[in-house]
Write a new protein. Structure first.
Length: 240
């Protein structure tokens, strides 16, 4: 599903990603852990071209997204992204937040988009919130709307950047439950998270990033129970 070769990203003189090679299979759930500033968000943002890589190649579902002339709109339809701070449109209802993109891009009629949106809202446990505005929702509800919104485009891949980091603790579980059910349905997911329990339980593979490189990757068992890299060991000793 994702083939990343020699990915580099610099901001001016600051080299943030220093050569990342990674393959992620269809249906795989991969968690990325690592200290703040290690390049986790930049890595995710390169996968949907919110950042332009400085060097290297990224292929998604067989198509190069880094080749000259690659179509960003088509890519964004294949890749859903969920951010720490929800990024909902504040002046639109929940339903309008979900229907905006597919209708604007001409992929669905409004009626089709609304039917799909209502199904997705039910799926994330917010069937009664279609007419609500984001400001009236809790953080956990907002994040579930953001997940439903990303799903309206029927993405092949979902990227999550610390989706629960801005939530009050009592809201975290509902959002993780929605993500877990997506994972069970076979969605390919890449999740930057500080929720180590969730990463251990839901991931097929865990990647530990530090200083712009993948220091270690393996099954949750390998990474959490028997990390080999001293940096992984040091990080886990602090967060577990
Ligand atoms: P993480 O998500 O692991 O905390 P980031 O990918 O956000 O790390 O950031 C990695 C490094 O890149 C940090 O030093 C950060 O300050 C820097 N950085 C991130 N985005 C930008 C940007 N748009 N311009 C300049 N520097 C940036
Ligand atoms: Mg980040």
């Amino acid at each position: 599903m994702i083939e990343i070769t020699n990915l580099h990203k610099s901001y001016g003189k600051l080299e943030v990603l220093k050569g990342i090679d990674q393959h992620i299979a269809k249906g795989e759930v991969v968690s990325i852990i690592g200290p703040s500033g290690s390049g986790k968000s930049t890595f995710l943002r390169c996968i949907n071209l919110l950042e332009q890589p400085t060097e290297g190649e990224i292929r998604i579902a067989g198509e190069s997204i880094t080749a000259p002339g690659a179509c960003v709109d088509k890519l964004r339809q294949k890749v859903g992204m969920v951010f720490q701070h929800f990024n909902l449109f504040p002046h639109k209802t929940v339903l309008a937040n979900l229907t905006l993109a597919p209708v604007k891009l001409g992929l669905m009629s409004l009626a089709e988009a609304e039917a799909k949106a209502l199904g997705l809202l039910a799926k994330v446990g917010l069937a009664d919130k279609e007419d609500a505005y984001p400001s009236s929702l809790s953080g956990g509800q907002k994040q579930r709307v953001a997940i439903a919104r990303a799903l309206t485009m029927s993405p092949e891949l979902m990227l999550f950047d610390e989706p629960t980091s801005a939530l009050d603790p009592e809201m975290v579980g509902d959002v993780l439950d929605v993500m877990q059910s997506l994972a069970r349905d076979g969605m390919t997911m890449v999740i930057v998270t500080h929720e180590m329990g969730f990463a251990r339980e839901v991931s097929d593979r865990v990647i530990f990033m530090d200083e712009g490189v993948i220091q270690e990757a393996g099954t949750p068992e390998q990474i959490f129970n028997a990390p080999q890299n001293p940096r992984t060991q040091g990080f886990l000793a602090k967060v577990l």
